[in-house]
Design a protein around this ligand. Structure first.
Ligand code: AHG
Ligand code: MN
Ligand code: MN
Length: 333
């Protein structure tokens, strides 16, 4: 018998008591939005969803039509339910407070509506990443400061990958569960519980074209992997780089591996490329919940105190023993 996302959440709420009904509603609404984004992604050229929108986001990146479509879908789906106080997104300069005409809840939702934008037009896996926090002071109105909580305070996190299958991967702090979209039924069906990332791996993911800009510890780690059986690691490594974090992380969730988008010398003042609040934090929590590790090379990502909504961070995550090794190379240096 198949278990739908709805049933899974209801049973989690009953058995574990750690999904209040408001959070359950929130997760159902996010899943519904992902379903609708998946539809748009699938239509491709037939739905006039490819190409650029002719605008830039706050980080100076050219927005694709689908970046904006996915952002709008998530906002519209979530703003009227009464479960949220505000939302924040890669594609919006500032927070989107739930309009006055709707009741305000206590949850805060952050998302990367469309991750892997450079892959949209070439028909390669892309996704949506989301993170949920709770307002710390329920008596006050909501502001950007409410969002600036370390990742360890997340109450739910997940991603949806739009690939050969549409898969929703979720944690509420009780392990990681995967749901596959059944298009005939129109619902997400539980297809894997208790996801575990093996501690060891022979596969790494990094954009090798940036090699000349890397810091010494990253250079050393990758160089040792590349030496294969003849080198200090004594084994051959394989490399993958999809350029959609969501797809690279999904591979790691499925068969292990290490993913790195480290700080590099191209723009030394930027701590990294990926965004802490709606890319690194949710992925780090999911990875930790599956037995993996996530650091910025020196510190556990979930312990970083954010100072800005769109803050960037260096990311090393995945199989525990490999991430620990890269981190130790940074700490020794
Ligand atoms: P986004 O499409 O949301 O801006 O994120 C893209 C990110 C991430 O998903 C991916 O791992 C990385 O950018 C790819 O960067 P490069 O093109 O530098 O490899
Ligand atoms: Mn992204
Ligand atoms: Mn994005």
């Amino acid at each position: 018998m198949s278990i739908s996302l709805t049933r899974y959440l209801v049973e989690q709420q009953r058995a574990e008591g750690h999904i209040p009904s408001e959070l359950r509603l929130l997760l159902e609404v996010v899943a519904r939005a992902c379903k609708s984004i998946s539809q748009a992604v699938n239509k491709g050229a037939l739905g006039d969803v490819l190409g650029t929108a002719g605008s830039e986001n706050v980080q100076g990146e050219v927005q694709k039509k689908l970046d904006i479509i996915a952002n709008d879908v998530l906002i519209e789906a979530n703003e009227w339910g009464g479960h949220l106080a505000a939302m924040a997104s890669e594609e919006m300069d500032t927070i989107h407070v739930v309009p006055n005409r709707y009741p305000q809840g206590e949850y805060l939702l952050m998302f990367d509506p469309l991750d892997g934008s450079s892959n949209i037009d070439v028909n390669v896996s892309i996704g949506t990443i989301f993170s949920v926090l709770k307002k710390t002071d329920a008596s006050k109105g909501v502001s950007e400061d409410d969002f600036l909580q370390a990742g360890m305070h997340q109450v739910a996190a997940g991603y949806c990958v739009y690939g050969p299958q549409t898969t929703l991967v979720l944690t509420v702090g009780d392990g990681v569960a995967m749901f596959t979209l059944d298009r005939e039924q129109g619902s997400f069906v539980l297809t894997q519980e208790n996801v575990r990332i093996p501690a060891d791996t022979k596969e790494f993911a990094i954009n090798m074209s940036n090699m000349r800009h890397w810091d010494e510890p990253v250079k050393r780690y990758i160089d040792e992997c590349l030496q294969g059986e003849e080198g200090p690691r004594g084994k051959n490594f394989n490399m993958r780089w999809i350029a959609s974090m969501v797809a690279d992380v999904h591979r790691i969730m499925t068969r292990g591996g290490v993913f790195m988008y480290p700080w590099d010398k191209r723009e030394p003042n930027k701590p990294g490329k990926l965004r802490l609040m709606y890319e690194a934090n949710p992925m780090s929590w999911l990875v930790e919940q599956a037995g993996g590790t996530a650091t910025n090379g020196r510190q556990r990502i979930l312990e970083i105190q954010p100072t800005q909504l769109h803050e960037r961070v260096s990311v090393i995550l995945g199989s525990k023993n490999e991430v620990d090794r890269v981190t130790s190379y940074h700490l020794k240096g």
